[in-house]
Design a protein around this ligand. Structure first.
Ligand code: SAM
Length: 372
C-alpha cells in the first residue's frame, strides 16, 4: 500500500477528529490511576510522528504532554510516576528527520515546564513499531498502560498483535485503521494476511459500514471467553473511511470511551458522520413511515427486555447498554419513562444506572415490573 506522509501538509478534519478522541481518552484515563495514587503509569505511542503538522498543529505526542500538563497538580499531589514511550520510524529513509523533530519538539515542550522533572520520564525510540511492540510487551503488561497504534494502514490489527493485547488486563488501546482499503484490496494476499475476509462478505456490506465490518471481523478472531471489549469509531476522509478501534478489558474504560464517542456524535456515538442516516429519520414528514433511529431501536429493544424480566437490575441494564455500544443514559431514560407510566418500580429516587453506582459504590438495585 502506498505510504502517505501526513505531516508535510496541515492535518485534515478526519485526522483532527482522531487526535481529539486520542487526547480526550488520555484526559479521562490519566486521573483513573492518578487519583488512586497508583505509583507508575505508562503511555505508549508507537507511531508518534514529529509532534506537529506543517502548520504547527499538535500531533499525538504533544497532545499527550498537554494532557499531562493539565493534570499536573494531582499528579504531583499523588506522586504518580508517568513514563511515556514515543516511537517514530520512517521506513526506507536513511535520515530519520521526523524522529529528530519528535525529540526536539517534545524536549522543547517539557523544558518549558520544570515541574515535569519530578515525575515524568520520556523514552524515545527510532524503530520499526512491529518489532518494538513485542520488545515492550513485558513493560506494557507490568504497569497500567495506554497504547496508541496510529499506523498508516492496517497491519497492526492482524491476529499476532491483537492476541497479545487481548491477554493484557490493565491495558487500554486505540488503533487507527485504514478500513476502506479492505473494500478494494481485502481479497489480496497482503490484506488476507491481516484479516481473512471472503470476497462476498466485503461485497455485500454497504461501504459506510466497512469499519464496523473490520471491527466485527477482529472480534470474531478473539478467543471464546475473551474479556476484551472492542468498539469502533468510523472517520470519513474524502472518499475513504478510516476508523478507531478501541479496546479494553474493564468496564471503567468502556464507560469512558463510550461517553467520549457519544459526546462527539450524539446521533450514533460511533462515527464522525451520520453513518445510519439517522438525521433524515427524525425529519420525515407525518405522511411517511417513520424509521427508527439507532437510539430508538436500542431503547425499544431494551424496554422489551425490561418488561419481559430478562433485565431486572441496574447492573444487568448497564452491561446491556455497554454491550450494545450505548451510554447508560439511553437506558436510564427508558427506566424513568416506565416508572412514570407505572409499569415499573425501583427503590430510591433514580434508576442508579451509572458506572459509579454499579461498580464503584456497589449500589445495586432491582427493577420490578408491575403486572396489571
Ligand atoms: C499516521 S502517522 C502518525 C501520526 C501521529 N500520531 C501524529 O499525531 O502526528 C504514522 C507515523 O508512523 C511512522 N511510521 C511509518 N511506518 C512505521 C513503522 N513501521 N514503525 C514506526 N513508525 C512508522 C510514519 O513516519 C508516520 O509519522
Amino acid at each position: 500500500m502506498g505510504y502517505k506522509d501526513l505531516h508535510i501538509k496541515p492535518f485534515d478534519k478526519g485526522t483532527i477528529a482522531k487526535l481529539e478522541i486520542f487526547e480526550d481518552y488520555a484526559m479521562a484515563w490519566i486521573p483513573t490511576f492518578v487519583m488512586q495514587a497508583v505509583p507508575e503509569i505508562h503511555i505508549f505511542d508507537f507511531f508518534s510522528g514529529p509532534g506537529y503538522d506543517s502548520q504547527n498543529v499538535e500531533g499525538s505526542p504533544i497532545r499527550i504532554l498537554q494532557k499531562i500538563n493539565e493534570q499536573l497538580g494531582n499528579i504531583l499531589l499523588k506522586k504518580t510516576k508517568v513514563v511515556l514511550h514515543f516511537n517514530e520510524f520512517e521506513p526506507s529513509k536513511k535520515l530519520q528527520n521526523k524522529f529528530y523533530s519528535l525529540k526536539e519538539n517534545c524536549s522543547e515542550f517539557i523544558n518549558k515546564n520544570p515541574k515535569f522533572k519530578y515525575f515524568l520520564t520520556v523514552n524515545y525510540y527510532n524503530e520499526k513499531a512491529e518489532e518494538l511492540f513485542f520488545r515492550l510487551l513485558p513493560l506494557i503488561n507490568k504497569y497500567p498502560s495506554l497504547v496508541y497504534l496510529d499506523q498508516n494502514g492496517v497491519k497492526f490489527i492482524s491476529e499476532e498483535y491483537i492476541n497479545e493485547l487481548e491477554k493484557l488486563k490493565t491495558t487500554d488501546f486505540l488503533y487507527f485503521v485504514s478500513s476502506s482499503y479492505f473494500k478494494w484490496l481485502g481479497g489480496t494476499d497482503a490484506f488476507r494476511k491481516v484479516l481473512e475476509f471472503e470476497k462476498v462478505e466485503l461485497e455485500k456490506e454497504e461501504y459506510r459500514n466497512i469499519h464496523r465490518l473490520v471491527l466485527n471481523k477482529i472480534k470474531s478472531k478473539l478467543p471464546p471467553n475473551s474479556r476484551l471489549k472492542l468498539f469502533p469509531f468510523s472517520i470519513k476522509k474524502g472518499k475513504n473511511i478510516y476508523g478507531i478501534v478501541f479496546g479494553a478489558s474493564n468496564y471503567a474504560a468502556v464507560d469512558k470511551f463510550l461517553q467520549i464517542a457519544w459526546k462527539r456524535n450524539c446521533l450514533n456515538g460511533e462515527a464522525d458522520f451520520d453513518i445510519d442516516g439517522d438525521q433524515s429519520k427524525t425529519q420525515l414528514s407525518m405522511f411517511e413511515d417513520r424509521k427508527m433511529t439507532k437510539i430508538q431501536v436500542f431503547q425499544r429493544d431494551f424496554e422489551i427486555q425490561i418488561l419481559n424480566g430478562s433485565i431486572n437490575t441496574n447492573k444487568s441494564a448497564l452491561l446491556y447498554s455497554y454491550s450494545n455500544g450505548h451510554i447508560p443514559r439511553h437506558a436510564s431514560l427508558v427506566i424513568k419513562k416506565l416508572k412514570t407510566e407505572s409499569k415499573l418500580t425501583y427503590e430510591g429516587r433514580t434508576p442508579a444506572l451509572t458506572y459509579e453506582n454499579v461498580f464503584r459504590n456497589n449500589n445495586l438495585i432491582e427493577y420490578k415490573v408491575i403486572n396489571t
